[in-house]
Design a protein around this ligand. Structure first.
Ligand code: NAP
Ligand code: ZN
Ligand code: ZN
Length: 348
């Protein structure tokens, strides 16, 4: 049995639970989880805001720790290795998306929590727990220093979810890139776009984040509620990555795109955005797109890129029993910029 934190209904606070992990199979790795980041998706899921949540629900998909056991056919890892697990723990392995190494787009991708599995209780349980058993092909190698491990955890979702669209839409020197929402995802987006060499503009609703966003690597910070400030950036962006976790007016961002520019949505709010103004898109051949985390290979590429550029998340480390307060603070935008659970506190 392992200790975990989870919710037993959509309206109950998270509480201490015990769960059972599957026995380590031939291609599996068991990981002693050291830290787990707290993603806004965890809140959407435990509160069933996307519907279909099964209970008890143990969230958490920004997992880092050490390999404690390996199956007999495991070739990529050995006991003691520092590893990570993100949002994906399996996929169908043979569809066109899997064949192309894009298992994040597989119709039968198995997410780290709330996805079907033969293991008890019939759906996956995430990283707010002492350990996890995962097929080695869905585990990532961590090359950062061990001292940075807690700050590496958020790279496994917040990092890859912003890295992937930045790479796909070619953020780099000579490109003007916007990042909307300076939360867990957004603050990573700023650091990554800056490291890729783009000119980075952060959009925030929080005046208190203005100065700090510059320190994260933004070249400019715009208060998105300030119409005049927004107007100075009309028709100037190649790419805007929007991480906001609530529905809002997208037109204020499509107007800022150049001809052929793209507004990529990664925030996944529970209620839909109002329909965008189509003329804004037609007149400049602009696009609104979406992007889903990143593949396993791209997640490894992102982790290696971050290790090379000494990029980690800005975190506030919490004990497991502080998780309900952390959720309330996240909903108020009161975190700079990611909570990370110290999984050793799960037994307290
Ligand atoms: P977060 O830490 O709570 O940050 C979201 C940020 O959005 C806030 O810090 C705030 O930034 C801004 N914001 C919140 N409410 C707003 C509102 N009503 N109007 C305008 N701005 C608002 O959340 P996160 O963990 O980064 O996750 C963000 C979203 O991405 C969630 O919906 C999550 O489920 C989704 N997600 C998607 C993927 C994917 O694969 N596409 C992966 C992971 C997460 P400011 O204070 O700067 O305004
Ligand atoms: Zn996430
Ligand atoms: Zn597949």
């Amino acid at each position: 049995m392992s200790h975990a934190y989870g919710a037993i209904t959509a309206t109950s606070p998270l509480e201490k639970l015990t769960i059972q992990r599957r026995a380590v199979g031939q291609h599996d790795i068991k990981i002693d989880i050291a830290y787990c980041g707290v993603c806004h998706s965890d809140i959407h899921q435990v509160r069933s805001e996307w519907e279909g949540t099964q209970y008890p629900c143990v969230p958490g998909h920004e997992i880092v720790g050490r390999v404690s056991e390996i199956g007999e056919h495991v070739s990529k890892f050995k006991i003691g290795d520092l590893v990570g697990v993100g949002c994906i723990v399996d996929s169908c392995r043979h569809c066109a998306d899997c064949e192309e190494g894009l298992e994040n787009y597989c119709d039968n991708m198995i997410g780290t929590y709330n996805f079907p599995t033969p293991d008890a209780p019939g759906y996956t349980l995430g990283g707010y727990s002492q350990d996890i058993v995962v097929n080695e092909n869905y585990v990532l190698k961590i090359k950062h220093n061990e001292q940075q491990l807690a700050e590496v955890a958020p790279l496994l979702c917040a990092g890859i979810t912003t890295y992937s669209p930045l790479r796909h839409w070619s953020a780099g020197p000579g490109k003007k890139v916007g990042i909307v929402g300076i939360g867990g995802l957004g603050h990573m987006g700023i650091k990554l776009a800056h490291a890729m060499g783009a000119y980075v503009v952060a959009f925030t609703t929080s005046k208190s984040k203005k100065q700090e966003a510059l320190a994260l690597g933004a070249d400019e910070v715009v208060i998105s509620k300030d119409v005049n400030e927004m107007a100075t950036h009309q028709r100037s962006f190649d790419l805007i990555v929007n991480t906001v976790a609530a529905s809002h007016n997208l037109d204020i961002y499509t107007q800022l795109l150049k001809r052929d520019g793209t507004l990529t949505l990664v925030g996944a709010p529970a209620s839909p955005h109002q329909s965008p103004n189509v003329m804004n898109l037609i007149m400049k051949r602009r696009s609104i797109a979406g992007s889903m985390i990143g593949s396993i290979a791209e997640t490894q590429e992102m982790l290696d890129f971050c290790a090379e550029h000494n990029i980690v998340a800005d975190i506030e480390l919490i004990a497991a029993n502080e998780i309900n307060i952390a959720y309330e603070r996240m909903l108020k935008g009161d975190i700079k910029y990611r909570f990370v659970i110290d999984n050793q506190t799960l037994t307290e």
